[in-house]
Design a protein around this ligand. Structure first.
Ligand SMILES: Cc1cc2nc3c(=O)[nH]c(=O)nc-3n(C[C@H](O)[C@H](O)[C@H](O)COP(=O)(O)O)c2cc1C
Length: 186
């Protein structure tokens, strides 16, 4: 592996940010399909390939927004529900990733770990193409209504998140703790 390649990978990893606001332009399905292909090269124990990717069209997207709107209306009031609905409607790209469940607890945990690696692959690849992603895990993704809309079976798969993607309208800043806080030489 050349030094140059690893330096550029480093800059992609350091530069990627969660994106909260997107331009209206849609990202092509071709590019998302390439990103998913790349994502699948994540490490996965026993080659379980535990991931499924659900690329949402307008109909399930609208159903999820409506479901979330109704829940917010009940629990948080009309103003909050309306603001959230508008924000969600503005998100151009919607992808749900699920992880294969297992009767074996360790295997299920390792499946989840592999799916998280795949998600990072996907986000880093898209970042190199100018596309930002927000990984979200709001409580609605755990509901049977969500599973029905997206089209997966809750006994077989668990969602690791919704991945909203698009061309960033703005890119925020982030920080990480200094290495001395997280690295222990033992
Ligand atoms: C498993 C997981 C779940 C997340 N869920 C949410 C979420 O529900 N809402 C949100 O705003 N960000 C969510 N994020 C994104 C984090 O907030 C974000 O990664 C963190 O603020 C660091 O920012 P960065 O990704 O730009 O480095 C999630 C990230 C991960 C890994």
């Amino acid at each position: 592996m050349s030094r140059e390649w690893s330096q550029s990978l480093e800059s992609v990893i350091l530069g990627r940010r969660t994106v909260h606001a997107f331009e209206t332009a849609k990202v092509s399905d071709d590019l998302i399909e390439r990103a998913i292909d790349v994502a699948c090269w994540a490490p996965n124990h026993f080659l379980t390939e535990p991931w499924k990717y659900y690329l949402l069209s307008d109909k399930p997207k609208a159903q999820i927004i409506d479901m979330n709107y109704r829940e917010n209306l009940t629990n948080k009031g009309a103003r909050f529900a309306e603001v959230k609905k508008n924000r969600w409607q503005a998100v151009p790209g919607w992808l749900v990733i699920t992880s294969k469940k297992s009767a074996n607890e360790k295997e299920e945990q390792e499946n989840y770990a592999a799916c998280c690696c795949a998600a990072q692959n996907l986000m880093l690849f898209l970042w190199t193409k100018g596309v930002g992603v927000k990984w979200t895990t709001g409580s609605i993704i755990e509901t049977s209504d969500f599973a029905n809309i997206v089209g997966f079976t809750m006994s077989a798969e668990k969602p690791i998140g919704m991945f909203w993607y698009g061309y960033p309208e703005s890119i925020g800043k982030q920080f990480r703790q200094p290495l001395k806080n997280v690295l222990l030489k033992v």
